[in-house]
Design a protein around this ligand. Structure first.
Ligand SMILES: CC(C)(COP(=O)(O)OP(=O)(O)OC[C@H]1O[C@@H](n2cnc3c(N)ncnc32)[C@H](O)[C@@H]1OP(=O)(O)O)[C@@H](O)C(=O)NCCC(=O)NCCS
Length: 251
């Protein structure tokens, strides 16, 4: 019998190189849910073993009770869940007025400060729960990610700063041709949270995106990231769907 689910399994080259472990990824969209069965999950495991993978992470979009039950039976362990939002930029969007901190594109003098903020800001990430690597390695992963996105011409890294000090950052990827943007990572210095900086960073990206003819912005965050969810809700992002993350450890 043809195994369809295991065909969706791909090796994550970048993560595998970073963590020095072979990490497979399986993303099951809402329309592929019917492919998930106990035997298909066994086939995924078999293929992962054949390809010498150490871990497989599985993300189910719009999970339901049937899927969660099969996942558990198939030996998957839950390590997180997310919520996915979309923001459609109004045609007549005007930039929000600036307050006492500035939102600007990150400079080469500021990138190290932004990376420093990234170090321990994303501890809600499922990566910390599935045992790829110790905490300090995953901290570094986020820092390297920010630096790589900064160097990528299809990204936009905004920082909030006051008197030269970086208080927060937001890094997004942009598909200018496709008129789509995706917010990847955002963090505000712990001492300055709850002061409107996160909201202003997102508004700053919306302004940047509107200026680049981007009409839709997507963002995903963890289902228990109440601060980030509050920011997106305040800015009238529309909740699209939830997802759940699982992993299987093979060695
Ligand atoms: C998410 C984060 C960037 C928000 O930044 P922030 O500067 O504290 O957020 P803001 O002050 O702009 O808050 C915007 C709104 O959300 C609300 N809000 C912020 N944190 C909240 C929380 N924990 N619970 C409920 N509401 C919250 C604020 O009250 C504010 O509402 P208001 O406009 O009515 O005053 C920040 O908490 C952070 O750095 N978290 C760690 C990194 C992270 O998880 N990033 C997101 C995923 S990539």
């Amino acid at each position: 019998m043809e195994r369809k689910l295991s065909k969706l399994l791909v090796l994550d080259e970048w993560d595998s190189r970073f963590f020095k472990k072979r990490i497979g990824k399986l993303k099951v969209t809402h329309t592929q849910k019917h492919l998930v069965s106990f035997s298909e999950l066994l086939a995924v495991r078999a293929r992962a073993k054949l390809e010498n993978m150490n871990f497989v992470t599985v993300r189910f979009d719009k999970p339901d009770a049937r899927l969660e039950k099969i996942a558990r039976r198939g030996g998957l362990r839950k390590c997180g869940g997310g919520v996915n939002f979309i923001y459609k930029i109004p045609v007549n969007f005007k930039n929000a007025p600036s307050v006492d901190f500035k939102i600007k594109e990150c400079t080469s003098q500021q990138i190290s400060s932004a990376c420093l903020l990234a170090k321990d800001a994303f501890r809600l990430s499922f990566l910390y729960s599935c045992g790829f690597a110790p905490q300090n390695v995953i901290d570094r992963y986020h820092q390297v990610w920010v630096r790589n996105l900064y160097a990528n011409k299809n990204s936009c890294l905004l920082v909030a700063s006051r008197q030269g000090n970086v208080l927060g950052f937001l890094v997004s990827s942009a598909d200018i041709q496709g008129h789509r943007g995706k917010m990847m990572l955002m963090a505000v210095n712990k001492r300055y949270r709850g002061m409107g900086i996160g909201k202003r960073l997102v508004e700053g990206f919306i302004a940047w995106a509107a200026a680049h003819k981007i009409s839709r912005i997507a963002v995903r965050t963890q289902e228990d990231n109440y601060a980030a969810i509050a920011v997106y809700n305040k800015l009238k992002f529309r909740l699209l769907y939830s997802d759940s993350d699982y992993y299987m450890r093979l060695k």
